[in-house]
Design a protein around this ligand. Structure first.
Ligand code: SAM
Length: 215
């Protein structure tokens, strides 16, 4: 086993499995995706640290555990159609792309989207589509989605996502409360279109900027 592989296995065991993530396919995916390829070259020694890291443009790659928590909460299956908002480095999209064939990710900053797209192609995740735009609008032409995962915090769940989510599907996103704190929430759409919501605890994300987010 290579040193990098060993570091990944340790990350999965110590940061992810030990905190209660149990989905075998997700743990295997997190042990496979080379996170060091998704961070700036000077931060590679820290790629497997238990924290987010800067990726340029004042944005971050999320902490590995938070990536795993969100994906587990989304209940994705190999045949799920998944929409990610906030491509950033492309790391979470690569983990999703390991689990599902049909993944599209939206990034509002063109420079980040371009870098993520070429990185994903180079590393063998070319089936993941990267779109530049305002992810709060979703992608009406590609809907319905079985899961919508957002890596930026907004004031409320964007209405277009609720419409574009398939019955039985899940939205996972951080919401900013009235006191400024953020909570990771999971909203599930029932077969009759009603939503139920539960929280997964406090988090810290960059803001979701767009028509149905922050201005
Ligand atoms: N998932 C990413 C990864 O694995 O590296 C981390 C994403 S970073 C925490 C959040 C990203 O959301 C930023 O790159 C930011 O530009 C993007 N973002 C914020 N508002 C957005 C919007 N309305 N549409 C698309 N992307 C948005």
């Amino acid at each position: 086993m290579s040193r990098r592989q060993l570091t990944r296995e340790r990350m999965v065991a110590w940061q992810i499995e030990r905190r209660g993530i149990r989905t075998p396919s997700l743990l295997a995916a997190m042990a496979t995706v080379p996170r060091e390829e998704f961070v700036p070259a000077d931060l590679r020694p820290f790629a497997y640290d238990d924290r987010p890291l800067p990726i340029g443009e004042r944005q971050t790659i999320s902490q590995p555990y938070i990536v795993a928590l969100m994906i587990e909460a989304a209940h994705v299956a190999p045949d799920s159609r998944v929409l990610e908002i906030g491509t950033g480095s492309g790391y979470a999209a690569a983990v999703l792309g390991t689990l599902c064939e049909d993944v599209v990710t939206i990034e509002r900053i063109p420079e980040l989207a371009d870098q993520a797209r070429s990185r994903l192609v180079r590393l063998g995740y070319g089936h993941v589509s990267v779109v530049v735009g305002d992810g709060t609008l979703g992608l009406p032409d590609d809907a319905p989605f079985d899961a919508i995962i957002c890596a930026a915090a907004g004031p409320e769940i964007p209405t277009p996502w609720k419409t574009q989510l398939a019955p039985g599907g899940r939205i996972v996103m951080p919401l900013t409360g009235s006191t400024g704190g953020q909570e990771l929430v999971v909203a599930t759409k029932s077969s009759d279109g009603e939503f139920s919501q539960h929280g997964l605890g406090g988090v810290t994300f960059v803001p979701l900027i767009g028509e149905h987010g922050w201005s």
